[in-house]
Design a protein around this ligand. Structure first.
Ligand code: TRP
Length: 451
């Protein structure tokens, strides 16, 4: 695809935006964040914020890209200059966030690769995957890093060859399969005896379980899962065709992501309650309980293999999105740098950064006897700490930098009456509601940490 050429079909934006939204965020991150925050009330808060804060920002990012025709650093700079906002430098921050997230995202993708090989070998050998597979992996940092490096290098290869569309074709086939597989598995997990307890935990809101951190964590997860604040959607927005209605696309993408996240909870939580007797509260538990669950099923290895292959493809596609954001920003910024150099530079930095999470599990487990560690710390610092600020920058720069006529032109579609009614609400959300909630969440978080 020529950079900045417009996409050939109206569906391309769905493919790319949904592709970047769905990933480990839904199946790995969301369940443990929900577990840490006590269940139902947090889930409700998350859905509410996805629609009232996430969706307006997603629309703003896509329009920012379409309007400027550039990727995030240049786009924020160009629009930020109009209102002389210091926040225009936040575009740069989002590229750094993408790079660091890619580094630990790749480590987790490596874990998925590990389970693919385990299920493959064990299903050939006709035995079930042993329960301590994750433990073995966590104590072998070299293996973790090797798997992660394979992941990063394959991403680099695909990006440099420009064969992402090939992957998209695969995803068009795999995604429906994954959906069917998830539905089948959810029927199975809901038949577990723990279901009553799980449904109460997930959907009966008990607001007393929320803490001072919950607002910020719910918001931060909305940004993470919808890929907001990373600059990815700004880049994608620059390819959108003129005849496409951005808000409609944004709404559909957000809804798909919410549904998949809720489905992930229904898949993972009954298993966690059954196997571990408690909700998931740390990043590795999902990789502990799901394999044990698959092993307990008839032909479980086949289910396990299918599940992890699909999960890997989703993670792979998301990694490509992160990678592409970094590469296209480096390319736009340093014109003489070239894509190849930019790609190698990004891959090199990621390979080095990923040493930290990969080796942390072994070193930490040596000290504490558990595998929580730098992955959670890095994730929490970036996603809960930095990402909301970047999103705040996007809101403010967008609200102040574009004139009303410009905003209206991209939001309102004469044939869609609802776009007239939603327009003032969208403006209000970007200018007041989202910044207010982001600041409140962030202040509560800092207060909680200092207390
Ligand atoms: N949203 C992805 C997920 O839920 C992760 C992600 C964050 C991402 N930022 C991104 C993917 C940018 C692609 C591009 O797993």
């Amino acid at each position: 695809m020529n950079r900045r050429s417009k996409w050939s079909t109206r569906y391309s934006i769905y493919l790319l935006a949904i592709g970047s939204a769905l990933g480990l965020g839904n199946l790995w991150r969301f369940p443990y964040v929900v577990g840490e925050n006590g269940g139902g009330a947090f889930v409700l808060l998350y859905v509410f914020l996805a629609l009232t804060v996430g969706l307006p920002i997603m629309i703003a990012e896509l329009i920012l890209g379409r309007f400027t025709g550039q990727s995030v650093v240049m786009a924020m700079n160009q629009i930020g200059k109009r209102s002389n906002s210091k926040m225009r430098h936040f575009g740069f921050l989002s590229v750094i966030v993408s790079l660091v997230v890619l580094s630990y995202y790749s480590v987790i993708s490596g874990w998925v690769l590990h389970f693919i090989t385990r299920f493959f070998i064990d299903s050939l050998a006709g035995r079930s995957v042993p329960d301590d597979s994750l433990q073995i992996l966590l104590q072998n940092s070299v293996l973790q890093w090797a798997l992660c490096s394979v992941h990063i290098l394959v991403c680099l290869f695909v990006i440099l060859k420009g064969i992402q569309q090939g992957i998209e074709k695969w995803l068009q086939i795999i995604t429906p399969l994954f959906a069917v597989l998830m539905v089948v598995l959810i029927f199975r997990t809901l038949a577990l005896p723990s279901t009553g307890q799980v449904l109460r935990f997930l959907f009966y809101p008990d607001f007393s379980k929320l803490t001072v951190f919950s607002l910020n964590q719910a918001l931060a997860h909305v940004f993470f899962t919808l890929s907001l604040g990373f600059g990815t959607l700004v880049t994608y927005g620059s390819y959108i065709r003129e005849d496409q209605h951005v808000p409609t696309a944004g709404f559909r993408v957000t809804m798909v992501d919410i549904v998949v996240s809720l489905a992930a909870l229904l898949l993972v939580f009954p298993v966690a309650f059954q196997m571990a007797g408690r909700p998931l509260t740390d990043p590795s538990l999902v990789f502990q309980v799901l394999p044990s669950f698959f092993s307990s099923l008839q032909v479980g290895s086949i289910f396990g293999l299918g599940f992890f292959v699909c999960l890997y493809l989703a993670a792979f596609n998301a990694s490509l999105g992160l990678f592409e954001t970094v590469v296209s920003n480096i390319g736009d910024h340093f014109k003489n740098f070239g894509r190849k150099k930019a790609g190698w530079l990004a891959a090199g930095i990621c390979l080095i950064l990923s040493l930290i999470p990969a080796f942390s599990t072994q070193i930490m487990s040596f000290f504490e006897g558990e595998n929580k560690g730098l992955i959670e710390l890095m994730d929490s610092f970036l996603i809960n700490g930095i990402l909301p600020l970047v999103a705040l920058g996007v809101c403010l720069i967008f609200s102040r930098g574009l004139t009303s006529a410009e905003k209206e032109k991209h939001f309102v579609d004469k044939q869609k009456f609802v776009s007239y009614t939603m327009y003032p609400q969208w403006l209000f959300a970007l200018k007041w509601f989202a910044p207010g909630v982001i600041l409140l969440g962030w202040i509560l978080q800092v207060y909680g940490l200092l207390k």
